[in-house]
Design a protein around this ligand. Structure first.
Ligand SMILES: *[C@@H]1O[C@H](CO)[C@@H](O)[C@H](O)[C@H]1NC(C)=O
Ligand SMILES: *[C@@H]1O[C@H](CO)[C@@H](O)[C@H](O)[C@H]1NC(C)=O
Ligand SMILES: *[C@@H]1O[C@H](CO)[C@@H](O)[C@H](O)[C@H]1NC(C)=O
Ligand SMILES: CC(=O)N[C@H]1CO[C@H](CO)[C@@H](O)[C@@H]1O
Length: 507
């Protein structure tokens, strides 16, 4: 919605951020199987209901569905977009099968449209784990066809959503892993066709190391330690998608509001600079809510997850404040991965998790890369908004421009976009969460239309020059005056409420 891509005539992907008064995305996942504590809705921009499960006939099964109308109304009243998320870790076994069969594929598409309509939703988030790659062990997947079938399905879904609700009136987002979708030869090298018909990816930059590994290690490293643990990180995920042609301005960085625990086979406090020691195959009980659970797909006995929600690190007394451990727990900060870990020398339990300090490092990194904002798993796991507040510190007013094609010189960029970026990064004051989701302000709806150099009052407000959907010109309110700007060559400006985006011109 508020962030779209500018594509230059030369076909080099150039992304830039424009926004609802410049506000960064904060996308929360709302699991339907938990009792949700009271929420500060003003601190979210989007909430994804998790999960609607695709059934073999292409229908959707969502538990506690009767709660949805009231929740959607509450979210909308707070200016928050509501989406249905389809799939998830245990709900992804049939995507491949459904999309191969014309009958079930058509039913699936129709059911999504009807679901969005029935519940007055703002869009759909597809959380297929994973196209062309096995996720949960009983999933059907097909490296030869899944990714192509997914693309053609999304193209049809975009067309049908647009024809039913209006052009770009509804969002399509995707939760994705740390590398692009898989084809027959591994992750594909060009995802730009996906970006054209969808709005965002939500990067799942967590669960990188856990009890499935042979050593302790970080759940969500900002950078990985070469040769230690899995060689993926928050940074490599952004780089992998960006270099496959995904615009940074259509990415939300994923933030875990939980940690994983394992039992170390040695006393890690003897060498706190080493976060990687051998572990027991028996997973310890995590927080007070962790119960043995049997994955019906994977089979095998019921086992603990070992997971610790951040709120229970706080309310079960492991942390007396966000960065102080209570004995016998000892907190260590790992400089390489920019994450904290806890160790209890009496039980040898190790917990890798995120806290305000580590999330701040991730927010700063994502903002510097020009991302649209953040996503978090999941909404019930925070403690007094200690983590959510860090996500809300993501710089507003638009992030930096990122030329996503390696090796292109800066002179290849469109003059208009270069200067737009400059003003977006220097001229836009932060916007508080209470005003940012409000309806368009008088300055951004300026009935006479903005004029270059004319006065404006809301720094960071954006407005298209007209609503024809053919004109690239737009204006940014910068230091009290409208500044003339232009979408990239071949694209036009579209108004959506108080926000604008650049996209292919209307027919
Ligand atoms: C419905 O939500 C409640 C919590 O509000 C939860 O206890 C229950 O398990 C949920 N039902 C299903 C089928 O997920
Ligand atoms: C496609 O799905 C329909 C409905 O479930 C089923 O009747 C049909 O046999 C399937 N076709 C193939 C080729 O599997
Ligand atoms: C981590 O970095 C900080 C600041 O640069 C430094 O003071 C500290 O000694 C480092 N710690 C380790 C364990 O390397
Ligand atoms: C059902 C389907 O789409 N099958 C195709 C999967 O990919 C292989 C290899 O490209 C094709 O031969 C199949 O027709």
């Amino acid at each position: 919605m508020q962030f779209k891509t500018l594509i230059t005539a030369a076909g080099l992907a150039l992304s830039m951020t424009v926004g609802v008064l410049g506000r960064a995305n904060v996308v929360g996942y709302y699991p339907n199987w938990v009792t949700m504590p009271s929420l500060t809705l003003s601190k979210y921009t989007h909430i994804n209901f998790a999960f609607a499960i695709p059934k073999a006939d292409g229908s959707l099964k969502y538990d506690n569905q009767s709660d949805m109308p009231g929740l959607v109304t509450n979210f909308h009243n707070a200016g928050v977009k509501a989406l249905i998320s389809i799939g998830g870790w245990t709900g992804s076994n049939l995507f491949s099968t459904i999309l191969k069969n014309t009958t079930t594929r058509t039913a699936f598409l129709t059911n999504i449209i009807n679901y969005v309509k029935k519940y007055n939703l703002d869009g759909v988030d597809i959380d297929w784990e994973y196209p062309g790659r096995e996720g949960d062990t009983c999933n059907v997947y097909d490296p030869n066809n899944d990714t192509n079938n997914f693309l053609s399905f999304l193209q049809d879904l975009r067309a049908k959503l647009d024809s039913t609700f209006g052009t770009r009136a509804k969002l399509i987002t995707m939760a994705v892993r740390v590398e692009p979708f898989d084809g027959p030869n591994g992750p594909i090298s060009d995802v730009s066709a996906f970006a054209k018909v969808t709005d965002y990816i939500n990067l799942m930059q967590y669960d990188i190391n856990g009890n499935w590994d042979s050593t302790t290690g970080p759940n969500a490293p900002l950078q990985y330690a070469p040769g230690k643990g899995e060689q993926f990180s928050f940074a490599t995920a952004i780089a992998a998608w960006t270099s496959a042609g995904w615009p940074a301005s259509q990415m939300n960085a994923g933030m875990p509001f939980y940690g994983h625990s394992t039992t170390a086979l040695s006393n890690m406090l003897n060498n706190p600079s080493n976060m990687y020691v051998q572990i027991s195959t028996t997973v310890p009980k995590g927080d007070q809510e962790d119960e043995p659970w049997a994955d019906t797909c994977a089979g095998g006995p019921a086992v603990y997850s070992g997971d610790w929600q951040y709120k229970h690190l706080r309310d079960q007394g492991l942390l007396s404040n966000p960065t102080t451990a209570v004995a016998p727990w000892v907190r260590t900060w790992d400089n390489t991965t920019s994450t904290p870990w806890l160790f209890n020398p009496s039980t040898s339990i190790f917990i890798s998790y995120d806290d305000p300090q580590s999330l701040k490092a991730k927010v700063d990194y994502a903002a510097a890369k020009g991302l649209a904002g953040t996503m978090l798993w999941s909404m019930e796991m925070d403690y007094n908004n200690e983590l959510l507040d860090v996500l809300n510190s993501f710089p507003s007013g638009g992030s930096t421009t990122t030329a996503t094609t390696p090796g292109t010189s800066s002179t290849a960029t469109q003059p208009g976009t270069t200067s737009a970026t400059k003003s977006a990064t220097t001229g836009v004051p932060p916007v508080t969460s209470s005003t940012s989701s409000a309806p368009a302000t008088s300055s951004s709806t300026n009935t006479g239309g903005p004029v270059a150099g004319g006065p404006c009052s809301t720094g960071g407000a954006y407005q298209c020059a007209d609503t024809t959907g053919k004109n690239p010109a737009y204006f940014i309110c910068n230091s009290g005056a409208w500044l003339a700007q232009s979408c990239g060559s071949g694209t036009a400006c579209f108004q959506s409420g108080s926000s604008i985006y650049c996209n292919w011109p209307s027919a």
